[in-house]
Design a protein around this ligand. Sequence first.
Ligand SMILES: Nc1ncnc2c1ncn2[C@@H]1O[C@H](COP(=O)(O)OP(=O)(O)O)[C@@H](O)[C@H]1O
Ligand SMILES: C[C@@](O)(CCOP(=O)(O)O)CC(=O)O
Ligand SMILES: [Mg+2]
Length: 416
Amino acid sequence: MGYSKNQVKFDKTCLLSKQELQVMDYIMSAPGKAILHGEHAVVHGKVALAVSLNLRTYLRLKATTTGKVCINLPNIDTFFCWDLSELKQFISSSHGNKEEVTRLNHQLVNRLREFIGVTNGNLDTSTMATLAFLYIYLSLFGSGELPSLMVSVWSELPTGAGLGSSAAYTVCLAAALLCASGAIPSPLKEWDHIARWCQEDLELINSWAFQGEIIIHGNPSGVDNAVGTWGGMLRFLAGKIIPLSRVPLLRILLTNTKIPRSTKVLVARVKDKINKFPSIMTPVLESVDAISCTCEKVLSEMTCEPITGEHYNILEELIDINQHHLNVMGVGHPALDTLCRVTLARGLHSKLTGAGGGGCGITLLRPETNSLIIQSTVQDLRDCGFDCWETSIGGPGVQQHTPVSVKKEVLEILNQ
Ligand SMILES: Nc1ncnc2c1ncn2[C@@H]1O[C@H](COP(=O)(O)OP(=O)(O)O)[C@@H](O)[C@H]1O
Ligand SMILES: C[C@@](O)(CCOP(=O)(O)O)CC(=O)O
Ligand SMILES: [Mg+2]
């Protein structure tokens, strides 16, 4: 299967009736991701391999009768309410009669920036999350009546640490707001507690999530929202998404250096470097592309022949080479160097994951790596002040839940 497109198709003939709107109560979740290889290079048309994590973002959307639209984002201490009357000014300009949107409506983004009072270049967490929400909400409802809603989002993912929290957030927003607008159905049947959408609906969710990612990242590749939408392991190249169904079970240690950074700034930094030194940086990007392709080949061999130490030796070397390339691109950090050094002292290989500049790294665990080594490595990394845990990979993509299928603690936060 190969599907693509960060294009938005939206058929406005299926808006919900007033009665349906009033009983609306949706809970959605989407996973974070780890990029095995190809971060940054993927923004410049190279291959990336990415996999979903078991850490998820949860969203609850409820219809209200307050005449307001409210967002509650406890991870980033953000709570806003707007009177629908204030938002009416965006109705006509935000959504024309288009059934297909391929580009972000910059005019709407600029007007929204002014509306929420941000000065140019403001990159704070709260501003980005708010803009992404308002943009998708107004684009989907801006041609009809604006519904009164309460939207709460809470994530198990660290925010701004390279694990795709921005995409998990925008995928949840897109799924919930598309359902609320009637553009896609709720996939839950009476007897289900968790359900997913058909391929066509997932493509629509992915497309709108990508619009949100553009607001947060500036120039995203689309790999993160694709993993948040489809889950599993994906090969991503220039908007084309190939799910990798035959992959070996990989054990990965995730380390959060807790150094804050912004994907938008790092992506822009790499672009500047490529513009400044094209003949130097192009071969680096091509080498990263070859690393992703070699990794994909080795992973596929590991599923059809007995796994040997040599497979793992190659995977480890690819990790080391890519980490050097990412340093050359200017997205390393001394804390990430520490991570690589500390794990190598225990014979384990690490690289940054996501945008770098701090945030998280991944460490490959070999099947024979004994649990004492793993425990000591985790302790060493915690002694450096990092968070460190073994993760399980390949979680499902975006889902709708009934309340009973969501952990009690998560529900409590979403209900606050
Ligand atoms: N749980 C959340 N609630 C609200 N906004 C979020 C949440 N998670 C992520 N975001 C948004 O995504 C931004 C982080 O995105 P980014 O810099 O791409 O880092 P990441 O690697 O986590 O995707 C935050 O500044 C915020 O605007
Ligand atoms: C650096 C990049 O390749 C991945 C960014 O991931 P994250 O936002 O750091 O989780 C950017 C992109 O692909 O859009
Ligand atoms: Mg992101």
